[in-house]
Design a protein around this ligand. Structure first.
Ligand SMILES: NC(=O)c1ccc[n+]([C@@H]2O[C@H](COP(=O)([O-])OP(=O)(O)OC[C@H]3O[C@@H](n4cnc5c(N)ncnc54)[C@H](O)[C@@H]3O)[C@@H](O)[C@H]2O)c1
Length: 462
């Protein structure tokens, strides 16, 4: 790495260049000949497109670097005309940075387009700006959902460009306030359609797959759609990413894959699914991991049961249901109660995905992580008690019948060690927030079908 952009030898192959750029999460590299003289630059998007259009991945990058030759001589740093011409060249060539070269043509520095605008605008040296995110262009499939609508906001806040592909099963309300955001593109479509998938991968650096038929009841109601979406479409999307040389692929899986198992489970523990939903996630995890290799390093994130307020609210998740019932009915019904369940706030889940987009690929690629925190393995009765204690005048009623067979405790050591991930949110805070949103009338009818995943026919409150 030299002066902010990596430098590659002109003898490197397209394949090596893509691998190197992905390793260091850079979108472009300066290319130099054997005497270290600048010959041009290559961008990762350009290299991916070359492979897709049939270029030999073993061919040298030398001739492709000649497409982007914009540069500035060191002696011209104070020359406004030269700077303006360089900015124009860079815009034409679609590149964000250009080298500063010395008399012999060697790279001695780097100028970003924004730096040039600063220099031209103010006639002084560029000010420090926030670091660019590692992966700039992210496709979030299922970005309008409960987790997606929180994650998309987080990614936009960190300066990324986000494209959402979603079929809007539960309506468009969650992303409505973001419409027109200059870094957000929304594609309405079904990712079971391969043409839609291929179109949405254009110029993308990383893919987050959230879309699915989500939850045991939803999958039980729609078994065919579950298999098409959760397994077949997930596999096709992963395969399309591999063909497009998009290595960073984050797959939303679930701790439900552990089903009903004693002890504290880690990523290597045996799986014991008790529903079609969980089985579909195990199949898709496997199909996706089987594709791992050159130009494809997927990451599987097995999340605990999510909770908390989201712009696409769900009231079919244990903490949310109990908080809502505590608000509306002033009572929480608990069925069984002794079952263990790992829980994770939706904001913390989004944080885990964002960390994986920022992490070096070798730290997260081809790996499975449980996502949650050891402290948030709860028995169902403990969840009810916590919510009951957080909100006023709530009665807790325990029924003997156990409606949900899932019962498992999970270790989250691996993600803490690899990414320093810690959950920051808590159940009492989430319960209070849900209570407040209901009091404010932001969720007018919490019993409306749109808040429950097994109804697929309600896109708005009714
Ligand atoms: N919510 C949880 O407790 C939880 C826990 C563990 C894992 N997960 C996983 O996280 C992911 C997101 O869950 P969620 O709670 O946000 O679910 P969600 O149902 O709120 O969101 C799913 C989104 O995907 C979209 N979608 C579904 N099928 C599609 C298709 N064929 N084409 C395009 N878009 C489609 C839906 O319109 C929706 O916006 C899922 O993969 C789920 O399995 C969720």
């Amino acid at each position: 790495m030299k002066n902010g952009l990596p430098v590659l030898p002109s003898t490197a192959s397209i394949h090596e260049a893509i691998r190197r750029l992905e390793e260091i999460s850079s979108t472009a590299a300066f290319v130099v000949d054997e005497t270290q003289i600048f010959v041009g630059q290559v961008t990762i998007q350009q290299l991916r497109r070359l492979i897709l259009s049939g270029a030999d991945s073993a061919s040298r990058i030398e001739s492709y670097a000649a497409w982007h030759t914009a540069k500035l001589a060191k002696s011209e740093l104070e020359n406004e005309g030269a700077l303006a011409a360089l900015a124009e060249d860079m815009e034409l060539q679609g590149i964000d940075a250009a080298p500063i070269v010395n008399k012999t043509g060697k790279v001695v520095g780097r100028l970003g387009l924004a730096d040039i605008r600063d220099l031209l605008g103010r006639g002084r040296h560029p000010k420090a700006r926030p670091a660019e995110p590692r992966t700039k262009n992210v496709l979030v499939v299922g970005g309008a959902g409960y987790l997606g609508s929180v994650l998309v906001r987080k990614l936009l806040q960190t300066g990324r460009r986000v494209r959402v592909l979603d079929s809007f099963i539960y309506g468009k309300r969650s992303l409505k306030p973001l419409e027109g955001h200059r870094s957000l593109e929304i594609i309405e479509g079904d990712f079971r359609n391969i043409e839609t998938v291929v179109n949405s991968l254009k110029d993308i650096d990383a893919v987050v797959l959230l879309a699915a038929v989500v939850g045991d009841p939803a999958a039980q109601h729609r078994p065919e759609q579950t298999i098409e979406t959760n397994i077949l479409a997930a596999q096709s999307l992963a395969f399309a990413c591999k063909l497009h040389c998009i290595s960073r692929f984050l797959f939303a899986s679930t701790c439900s894959v552990y089903g009903r198992t004693d002890g504290v489970l880690d990523e290597a523990s045996p799986l014991n699914p008790v529903s079609l939903y969980a089985r579909s996630k195990i199949f898709s995890e496997q199909c996706i991991l089987d594709l791992a290799g050159d130009n494809f390093s997927p990451t599987i994130l097995r999340m605990g049961t999510l909770y908390g307020y989201s712009p696409r609210m769900r009231f079919d998740l244990v903490v949310n249901t109990m908080s809502m019932k505590a608000h509306v009915e002033k009572r929480i019904q608990v069925f069984g109660g002794s079952q263990w369940r790992p829980l994770l706030h939706v904001e913390d889940a989004a944080d885990a995905f964002a960390r994986c987009l920022d992490a070096p690929l070798e730290k997260i690629g081809n790996l499975v992580f449980n996502v949650g925190s050891n402290e948030q393995n709860y028995r169902i009765i403990e969840i009810a008690d916590l919510i009951g204690a957080s909100l006023p005048k709530v009665k807790i009623e325990v029924e003997a019948a156990q409606l949900d067979a899932r019962d498992y405790r999970v270790s989250f050591d691996k993600i803490r060690r690899a990414l320093g991930f810690k959950a920051g949110e808590t159940i009492p805070r989430a319960a209070k927030r849900i209570d407040r949103e209901l009091s404010l009338g932001n969720l007018r009818n919490p019993y409306a079908k749109v808040y429950y995943n097994h109804y697929f026919d309600a896109a708005e409150e009714s």
